[in-house]
Design a protein. Structure first.
Length: 293
């Protein structure tokens, strides 16, 4: 759980806000309210943003290392602080500092992770003693991925993403994430999905079985994301990155979330490093990381 990985020093909490990847992502249907039902296996990786939360007398202020990020109620971290004070009835304020390493709008749940980290940090900072279940209930009001970001690890997500079932942990695996310099609108991809003819869907049960036996190759070779074909049609670079990862020795590769980030699993660290270096000549956002339990 995210709250196990925070440091408290006086009136300050320092938290890591981890990225996630999707081993599978299937869109099952659409609800009358416009939300989509999904079935996906999500996995935490060691790429993280650093979140610092200081206790103040009143108000919510945010600063970040990225000038283009909003620092008002449009930022999910701000919303998280707001909803924490509202739900707990605690009086006070916070100053939130966000150091971003996870690319924005990348399919890696960077924003959702920031919201989750602020909730966990404030729970510790103000001694609110909210349980994991209570934190996740609040988190669900911020976004479908936020409860997962609180819990982390290897989990099956269903419903709109808020129904979470723990799965056997993914073995620690070398992972290369590549995000091309394009922005993808999740809403636009979902709109396309409604009318797309999906040729291949994930075999979620097969991946769960592979997780049970710890077979990384079996997991890697059966990863599938129904959004990939839709995003790739709009941005062919996604398919190019996937192809190059496989040529470079990845045992499997797939797009994460609605994209545009693509990741590959490697069973050879030397090949992974060489692949990282070749992509780093081309793109700014290239990360060699490990899966986390």
């Amino acid at each position: 759980m995210l709250s196990d990985d925070i440091v408290i020093t006086g009136n300050r909490v320092i938290a890591r806000s981890y990225a996630k990847i999707n081993l599978t992502l299937d869109v099952i249907g659409k609800r009358p309210n416009g939300y989509h039902d999904v079935e996906m296996i999500m996995q935490t990786v060691s790429l993280f943003d650093l979140i610092i939360v200081d206790k103040t007398y009143s108000g919510i202020t945010i600063s970040t290392n990225l000038k283009y990020l909003p620092t008002n109620e449009k930022n999910i971290a701000y919303k998280a602080a707001q909803i924490f004070f509202k739900k707990t009835g605690i009086q006070g304020g916070v100053r939130i500092i966000i150091h971003k390493n996870i690319p924005v709008a990348a399919g890696l749940a960077g924003g959702s992770g920031n919201g989750a980290a602020v909730l966990c940090a404030m729970n510790a900072l103000f001694n609110a003693e909210l349980s994991e279940h209570e934190l996740c209930s609040i988190a669900a009001e911020l976004g479908a991925d936020v409860p997962y970001c609180i819990m982390g690890g290897t989990r099956l997500a269903e419903g709109i993403g808020e129904i979470l079932t723990p799965l056997p942990s993914m073995p620690k695996t070398t992972t290369l994430i590549v995000k091309p310099p394009i922005n993808v609108s999740t809403a636009a991809i979902y709109e396309q999905i409604d009318n797309a003819s999906i040729e291949k869907r994930p075999d979620t049960k097969r991946i769960i079985k592979a997780l049970e036996t710890g077979n990384v190759t079996e997991i890697a070779q059966n990863m599938c994301n129904v959004m990939e074909a839709v995003t790739e049609k709009m941005h062919p670079v996604v398919g190019g990155i996937k192809k190059k990862l496989l040529i470079n020795g990845a045992v499997g590769a797939v797009m994460s979330g609605s994209g545009p980030s693509v990741f590959g699993f490697f069973d050879d660290d030397k090949k992974a490093k060489l692949s990282h270096d070749s992509f780093a000549h081309q793109y700014k956002d290239v990360f060699l990381v490990k899966t986390l339990n």
